[in-house]
Ligand binder design. Structure first.
Ligand code: GLV
Ligand code: MG
Length: 335
């Protein structure tokens, strides 16, 4: 008797496990645009051809006296630009701000049919998602919007991290979650003044070796929260993302932060600057060498069971499943 070989829950065709209920879409970089600036709005038609997602940012980094202009600018972009298969998202203001309600009502009313995802900042618990979910249900009915607008939470408060699992399962509209390291650092009273990335003093020292200077190795400040977020997302079939990297001049550090997140299970990150687009594209597409090795595993174990040795390393049912994640992603990238 042949045992069923795939112990994942059913997959949407071509979707990398475990994002089974979401549209199969590459979202390696969520590119942030400040829509109140006409000069940057003018670049969006070209940008939309280079990135997986364009996001109109209405929240932090938009000056208070430009909030309405940013909202209007985003609506204008939604009307004017053909985004094709590129995702169109917005980051609205926090729910307890004076702008959030108008952000949702005006944007969904005007361009709800083109909007894919609303990114919701400062999510503390499932109640925030439930509120936005109901508001969207009302507006979708009022404006006869044919497809559900999805919700993406930013994990950036200590309370949000405490409630991460409840947030991930709060609504069928949940698309995913991004780590927001800057607000999270403030919320936890970390002693940093940065937007993501490491810190030169957060390191361990190698053992002392006589009089030789001791080497220090920087640690990933975000390892714990990314791991917690990835587990909550994977268990609920939604997508985890690393968020922003604020030091635009340090491309190597940006790449290393993105890569740590990718290896831990994240599917993308934010690009805040054009130089970060290619970094995200490279990091969140699987490495050709890894794909070739993963294909060897799949080919050596056609029914996904048992154990084989490849290049001196043992492979079994569990590595077959890991290999499938990489090969599935490579197929989507190649499509
Ligand atoms: C993003 O919003 C952050 O706070 O890092
Ligand atoms: Mg933030």
């Amino acid at each position: 008797m042949k045992l069923p070989r795939n112990f994942f829950k059913p997959l949407a065709i071509g979707a990398p496990a475990p994002y089974r209920d979401l549209p199969v879409r590459l979202e390696r970089m969520i590119h942030f645009v400040p829509p109140h600036l006409e000069k940057l709005r003018a670049k969006v038609p070209d940008l939309a051809k280079q990135v997986d997602v364009v996001l109109g940012n209405l929240e932090d980094a938009i000056p208070i006296d430009a909030k309405e202009a940013a909202r209007a600018g985003f609506i204008a972009l939604g009307h004017a630009v053909d985004f094709g298969s590129t995702g169109l998202w917005t980051r609205i203001n926090a729910l307890n701000s004076p702008w959030a309600l108008d952000d949702v009502i005006e944007i969904v009313g005007a361009i709800g049919n083109k909007l894919d995802v609303i990114m919701l900042p400062k999510v503390d618990g499932p109640w925030d998602i439930a509120y936005l979910d109901q508001l969207l249900a009302q507006l979708e009915a009022r404006h006869a919007i044919g497809k559900p607008i999805l919700i993406h939470a930013i994990l950036e408060t200590a309370e949000g991290v405490k409630n991460v699992e409840a947030i991930a399962s709060a609504s069928p509209r949940m698309h995913g979650m991004s780590l927001g390291p800057a607000d999270l650092a403030a919320s936890r009273a970390m002693k940093t003044t940065r937007v993501g990335g490491g810190h030169p003093d957060y390191k361990v020292l190698a053992d002392a070796d006589g009089d030789a200077p001791r080497a220090g190795y920087q640690q990933d400040l975000w390892h714990y929260t990314v791991g917690k977020m990835v587990d909550a997302c994977a268990a609920n079939g939604i997508k985890p993302f690393y968020g922003p990297f604020g030091d635009f001049g340090d491309l190597a550090a940006c790449e290393s932060q993105f890569r740590n997140a990718f290896l831990q299970g994240c599917v993308g990150a934010w690009s805040l600057h054009p130089t970060q687009i290619d970094i995200a594209k490279r990091v969140f597409s699987p490495d050709p060498g890894e794909v070739a090795f993963a294909l060897k595993i799949l080919e050596a174990m056609p029914d996904g069971a048992g154990a084989v040795m490849i290049d001196g390393k043992m492979q079994d049912d569990a590595t077959w499943k890991q290999a499938k994640v990489i090969v599935d992603l490579a197929r989507i990238v190649a499509a």
